[in-house]
Design a protein. Structure first.
Length: 123
């Protein structure tokens, strides 16, 4: 069971029981077969017995973007991306971006004001 509450929190069932998660606390989600791992900013992880596509359909309208077949990211948590290396950076994590849809994804990130780390001046 997964749904969004009226105040924008994610209500879901994990192996630990029922959880209420603020969307702002989710850094990204990672597909692991028929399971999805939620990586949270507090350093916690939750594993949910649902495919990533279920989360994508629910969270896309709320600032999440599927950047790879295995990753759904919270756009507001991306510090920058590197189009040359096809990764986005969220905290210390480098998350791969799809080769096939990379240009489209990078254009979406640029439109959201996220900078391409390849264009940084190096000294």
């Amino acid at each position: 069971m997964i749904f969004l509450t009226s105040d924008g929190q994610l209500f879901l069932k994990s192996h630990d029981g029922m959880n209420l998660i603020s969307l702002n606390s989710i850094l990204y989600l990672k597909a692991e077969g028929a399971y999805t791992k939620l990586i949270l900013k507090e350093g916690d992880n939750l594993i949910i017995c649902k495919h990533l596509i279920v989360f994508q359909k629910l969270l896309n309208p709320h600032g999440f973007l599927r950047i790879h077949r295995s990753f759904l990211v919270n756009i507001s948590k991306i510090s920058f991306f590197q189009s040359k290396h096809r990764v986005v950076k969220i905290q210390e994590n480098e998350i791969p971006v799809s080769k096939r849809n990379g240009d489209k994804i990078f254009n979406i990130l640029l439109s959201k004001g996220i900078k391409d780390g390849n264009n940084k001046c190096r000294s």
